[in-house]
Design a binder for this molecule. Sequence first.
Ligand code: ADP
Ligand code: ZN
Ligand code: ZN
Length: 802
Amino acid sequence: MNVASVIVDVPAKQTDKAFDYLIPDKWMDIIQPGIRVIVPFGPRKIQGFVIGLKLHSDFDKLKEIIEPIDLVPVLNKDLLELGHWLTESTLSFKIITYQAMLPAALKAKYEKKVSLAPGINREELPEELQPLFQNNRELAWDLVLNSSLERKLHKEAAAGKLEVIYEVKERLHKKKLKYVLPLMSAEELTMELEQIPARAGKQRELVSYFILNSAPIEYRKLHDLGLSASAVKPLAAKGLIAEKDMEVYRDPYENREFKRTSPLSLTAAQKEAIEPILDSIQNNLHKVFLLYGVTGSGKTEIYLQSIQDVINRGKEAIVLVPEISLTPQMVNRFKGRFGDLVAVMHSGLSAGEKYDEWRKIQRKEVKVVVGARSAIFAPFENLGIMIIDEEHETSYKQEEMPRYHARDVAIERAVRSNCPVVLGSATPALESFARAKKGVYELLTLPSRMNEQALPAVEIIDMREELRGGNRSMFSRTLFEKLQERLEKKQQTVLFLNKRGFSSFVMCRDCGYVVNCPNCDISLTYHRVTEQMKCHYCGYEGRVPAACPECGSEHIRYFGTGTQKVEEELGKILPEARVIRMDVDTTSRKGSHERLLTDFQEGKADILLGTQMIAKGLDFPNITLVGVLSADTMLHLPDFRSSEKTFQLLTQVSGRAGRHELPGEVVIQTYTPEHYSIELSGKQDYDLFYNQEMMVRKIHKYPPFYYLSMINISHEQLMKAVSVTEKIVQYVRSRLSNETVVLGPVASPIPRINNRYRYQCLIKYKREPNLTVTLKNILNQYQKEAAAGLQVSVDTNPYILM
Ligand code: ADP
Ligand code: ZN
Ligand code: ZN
């Protein structure tokens, strides 16, 4: 087998297939499926993934592989196959899928260059481009990026006169530490010791040490052992010992002690729920379970004991938790039960740390991985279970290519591994609950909290009433009183600000003018610290105008309730309260999230104030009050899931209060108390919410009654965006059945971002065997115009409709 099929790193339609290469003799044993290689591609050298080996190729004159990047496969057989499926189901490019399955650190580092195509002289380019290639046929991409010439270069590239080259840059540096190690056996060292004069006492000490201990010692630890570093060089010169840089893992949890826990004896309800899972594990039977139970009902204990069973059988487990709930507390529970058998992967780790955790899996040193979305690609080969906690979380959907949902990937992987998937939630996604009701998933229910603690009492406050009553503050009278009460009792409060909406914008109080981004059709967000206004979509920054550009009034100021503003307000009304604020600004530095939470846990503050990042994982005994300042900001987003998200979030937040002995209270402030998602979250009644929301979904033909696919089109010129979308809509309509609803062309809810106009075509369907081909055709068709600035993308399971 001296021919390798390689997926090359050129993410484009034309190159989205395997290319054949000859394997040079010297690499014959090394090159195998799942290895990355450097190959010649046209005049350039690029990276690729070997996906298969064969004896013959239909092409003659094959080029040779230049060299392997890896010496062992980075993608195992299962993952290679899974990648193929993922590419097909998300309409991604193969290369992008495979790269997405690897930790970021392994993704290629490239230097991107533009080069004259072979045989092309610079005189053949438009005049204004010629000087760029005066001294060289190549040009670093960075130099032209965002310049006025970029478009022109694209055009020439499309015409085949220029090429884009990717030059592979350095690979990741593994963390290395200097060690000292003996080069001789204890007997030999004993003989050598006699030759070392007594005045060289430090050398004698070091040799004596190695006679007793043959293990390498870290250079900087010599001192701790009472040894001298000055002895190393002379002994190394004599060949007795050596200094060596050795690879070590960067263990992010290195200095933490994990208290070991043992399995709890399960309650009757837990036993009933775990039985079918264990059964599925024992019989290597693929099933999907929906473990439905409120926070604190004992779901995690079920995960832990199921995993124990899987480990006992010599198999492995993947546990997904949403990024924001990958708190130390969560990690502790898994490390506490399974110790060093657990690898942890989340975005708080540096690329190097993530890579190290990944390699523990690859080297089969761990049995369990706990991680965010991409941990679903952990390179295990003998999976026994996959668990997705908080399965309703939308962060399980990746919003860039490959646009996958981790739940779908888990199920596909589990089918191939004959093992169960457990989806856990107190507020399952509507799609999941509907599937459980239909028997597609098996429903397991934990009906009550451990120790039968009561759910907290929830009070819903109508903020319109507050206004009518003359209260213009962002705190209702009820919430204020309860806050005061907690301060007196020395109990803790969590204040939650749902900041997904368009808060903190700058508005003129006289005429209502709102400062918008000049490049996007959206208001700018005010940032207190820098006194700047920023666009969250294109990165534009500007100063707040001193006067209203519209009417000249000086009463122009920021509006809305950012966390900073709430903190300020708290300082005014409850000056004695100690407040910890958690938002993107205070938690951007590594470890700060954890530190703030620890401070709060240790009672260093009375109030924890934050955005949705505080909604999860908090489980402190002294929290007896949870306040939601603005429950409805998310309700008004143009998204058919907005009611569901609001319900889930409010239920989740409410679950933070009174999880221990002290009873808890929840205050939800809203301008729309009559909305069912708010009313029912107050009653913590998922089932009623489910029924109500299902009706709405049915009427409007949304999931779970219909599947969705969305095509997004954008271009600098409005007319171009509209006309292309129109053509696409017509084409889609002509190819699909009459039961399918094709909406469009419509402008996206944010109609312009970064000076590009955005249009959409939304497809709602029940059964549509033609759909994939149709979508592929569209992508193929318009890929040709990509260089001319047209972007067409497809999401086969959209979660963001903006
Ligand atoms: P969930 O994952 O549903 O939020 P947990 O598994 O965290 O619930 O359980 C809530 C609390 O109850 C935890 O403190 C946990 O240690 C405890 N717990 C869970 N199962 C048992 C059990 N069988 N016996 C005693 N305590 C339990
Ligand atoms: Zn004005
Ligand atoms: Zn913008």
